[in-house]
Design a protein around this ligand. Structure first.
Ligand code: HEM
Ligand code: HEM
Length: 199
């Protein structure tokens, strides 16, 4: 029997895609900032210490903080909430090995990814662009931001592994598919948003 292809709502694909790109961009530029100005916990020395890197990273952070993540969070807690932690999550965790157990783990991984991103942007907002150039490497918020980076990388690994486990490569690819169904057409967005606020 041909297996039906997984389908993701268009709005989810757009919001998720923008967030995934920006967060991965922040992870890479953030690492380069650390690697060039700090490097106390291991170092690849890929780039020379350079203020532009901090600015580029700040720009990624800015867009995630003010635009991409807030809109995605609103989406996830409304239209997308069936893919996040549910009220019965604890009960379902006892059904070890059954499909629902894996779905539950995946929903926990999705939620963890969201929380990791939120931790990174909040701690990011407490950074000062002059700390590293001034050699001030011991600010508590700087350490918090480094830890947030590690949490994002870890959460992303689990998020991808769980998605592959539950739906394989077709599920991963479905998140980046560009085709959409008629009922998902952007022509209907205005109506849907109006209905959302009327509820
Ligand atoms: C090793 C990893 C990282 C390092 C060393 C680092 C370092 C920094 C530094 C020095 C700033 C201040 C730059 C400025 O204010 O213009 C900053 C700001 C910021 N970072 Fe990071 N970062 C890392 C990872 C991340 C990650 C993974 C995210 C998000 C997913 C993130 C989000 C932010 C945000 C939102 C800001 C504030 C930008 C603004 O001014 O609006 N950072 N980071
Ligand atoms: C290349 C990287 C990524 C891939 C391939 C990927 C893949 C996926 C897939 C396949 C799903 C659907 C899972 C399901 O049906 O439950 C999903 C959902 C989700 N992803 Fe990602 N993801 C990536 C990066 C990210 C990043 C960086 C974030 C954090 C900002 C994130 C946050 C989420 C969330 C919160 C959901 C649940 C959405 C909802 O509530 O409807 N993902 N991801």
């Amino acid at each position: 029997m041909p297996r039906s292809k997984p389908y993701q709502p268009l709005v989810l694909r757009l919001l998720h895609g923008v967030n995934a790109l920006l967060v991965i961009g922040a992870v890479i530029t953030g690492f380069l900032v650390y690697d060039s100005w700090d490097g106390r916990f291991g170092k690849l020395a890929l780039t020379k210490a350079n203020r532009d890197l901090i600015d580029i990273h700040g720009t990624f952070g800015f867009f995630i903080f003010f635009i991409a993540l807030p809109i995605f969070v609103i989406y996830c807690f409304s239209a997308g909430k069936s893919r996040l932690i549910q009220g019965d999550t604890l009960a379902k965790l006892s059904e070890v090995g059954k499909p629902i157990w894996w779905y539950t783990l995946q929903r926990i991984a999705n939620t963890a990814m969201l929380i990791a991103g939120i931790l990174a942007v909040i701690s990011g907002k407490f950074q000062d662009e002059n700390w590293l150039p001034n050699g001030e490497l011991n600010h508590v918020w700087y350490y918090a931001h480094l830890i947030a980076w590690a949490i994002v990388v870890f959460a992303l690994a689990i998020h991808l592994l769980m998605s592959v486990k539950v739906g394989g490569l077709p599920l991963l690819l479905s998140m980046f598919d560009v085709k959409y169904r008629p009922e998902d057409s952007p022509k209907l967005w205005r109506e849907k948003v109006t209905n959302f606020f009327r509820r």
